[in-house]
Design a protein around this ligand. Structure first.
Ligand SMILES: [Zn+2]
Length: 101
């Protein structure tokens, strides 16, 4: 066991529930289904069952359309929950498509 492999182990790794890509925890967004509905947990501290989605807009659109995310959270999404997912996808897309100066 080398020192560097021990270092790697300390970084939490999470899997995107849509594309199954494994990334560092900070590169993914945590979804939590709370009593008020679906929320994107920006603090990482919301209680409840969480699922992770990566920073690719298409993963958010797929999560909004299909049932991958709702299955991972063991719930069913309302129209509002799906709207939140696609809005978040659109937000990421607009950030990553910003023209460079
Ligand atoms: Zn993904």
């Amino acid at each position: 066991m080398t020192k560097s492999s021990l270092e790697k182990r300390r970084t939490p790794r999470r899997t995107c529930i849509v594309c199954r890509q494994v990334s560092g925890k900070r590169e993914l967004f945590r979804l939590v289904y709370t009593e008020v509905g679906l929320q994107v947990d920006k603090t990482g501290k919301l209680p409840g069952r969480g699922a992770y989605v990566c920073s690719k807009p298409e993963c958010w659109f797929k999560a909004a359309q299909g049932d991958l995310a709702s299955k991972a959270l063991k719930t069913s999404f309302s129209e509002l929950d799906r709207a939140l997912l696609s809005a978040h996808g659109a937000q990421i897309a607009s950030i990553s498509m910003k023209p460079q100066k």
